[in-house]
Design a binder for this molecule. Structure first.
Ligand code: GTP
Length: 273
């Protein structure tokens, strides 16, 4: 197509979604929802599970780290605790990622999405060499977007919101990939407050002040406020570079908006990467 002119190779049909989120954000429920949504639209995805420690996966994975590495065995053999075990299992899997990638590439023109589920302990993926290697390999093979799941009901306090956004920001700068914030659990907590804060840092600063007046030093000493006010200016820049949607992984609300945003993120990838 004319849009592809000047590109060395046409990008594959599939868009890869790397799904990350803090423990309890609802990542597994989200993966399950996305899978069943895509099935109902007859657009089944190619699914990779990278969480070696998950016991029950409520969806089918085409490639499952647990088929290659036995995490409990790794813990025993290397005398590691749970996090060391997960990290080492991921490292072992990464040494074979070229094979995984060739499977993905073989299917990249047959499916619309490749879904990558990451370990429940977010930093094991976001702050490890293996996580970077996998992310970079995937992103060099097909359009890739990072999907960051947020536990909306737990992020209504301004200080928590800011910590979560700073974490997201650090992942954006680490991966440098198109980034999508997904405010999950909108069935219990609508995400409009978050959109307001992201659109208008003064609204965030007002919320901060109000919270201080009602909760005193519960969220931290008052001198933190001026730091938070400054950081809200920094984040203002960050917000300009990303998309945010609200979903309920539980009820399925927001799936259309989610996939519209994924499509926009893919277009950004095609333009910039
Ligand atoms: P780990 O992988 O175990 O760290 O957790 P996770 O991030 O995968 O979260 P999981 O999907 O297990 O969900 C955590 C909790 O949030 C569970 O009790 C879910 O039922 C609940 N949950 C997930 N999504 C939603 C949602 O959209 N709405 C509501 N109300 N609850 C949700």
């Amino acid at each position: 197509s004319p849009a592809d002119k000047g590109k060395q190779k046409e990008s594959p049909r599939a868009t890869a979604m790397i799904v990350i989120g803090m423990a309890g954000s609802g990542k597994t429920t989200f993966m399950q929802r996305v899978n069943s949504y895509l099935h109902s639209r007859e657009q089944p995805a190619y699914v990779l599970n990278l969480d070696p420690a998950v016991i029950h996966l409520p969806f089918d994975a085409n490639i499952d780290i647990r088929d290659t590495v036995d995490y409990a065995e790794v813990m025993k053999q290397y005398n590691l605790g749970p996090n060391g075990g997960i990290m080492t299992a991921l490292n072992l899997f990464t040494t074979k990622f070229d094979q995984v990638l060739s499977h993905v590439e073989n299917r990249a023109n047959e499916v619309d999405y490749v879904l990558l589920d990451t370990p429940g302990q977010i930093e094991i993926f976001t702050w490890s060499a293996s996580g970077s290697i996998i992310t970079d390999a995937l992103a060099s093979a097909l359009p890739t977007v990072v999907v960051y799941i947020i536990d909306t009901p737990r992020t209504t306090a301004p200080a928590t919101f800011m910590s979560n956004m700073l974490y997201a920001c650090s992942i954006l700068y680490k991966t440098r990939l198109p980034f999508l914030l997904v405010f999950n659990k909108t069935d219990v907590q609508p995400h409009d407050f978050a959109l307001d804060w992201m659109r208008d840092f003064e609204a965030f600063q007002e919320a901060l002040l109000e919270r201080r007046q009602t909760h005193g030093e519960e969220d931290g000493p008052a001198y933190m406020d001026s730091l938070m006010n400054s950081m809200s200016l920094v984040l203002d820049e960050f917000y300009k570079h990303l998309r945010a949607v609200g979903v309920s992984a539980m009820t399925g609300e927001g799936m259309e908006e989610l996939f519209d945003a994924v499509q926009e993120a893919r277009e950004e990838y095609e333009k910039d990467y």
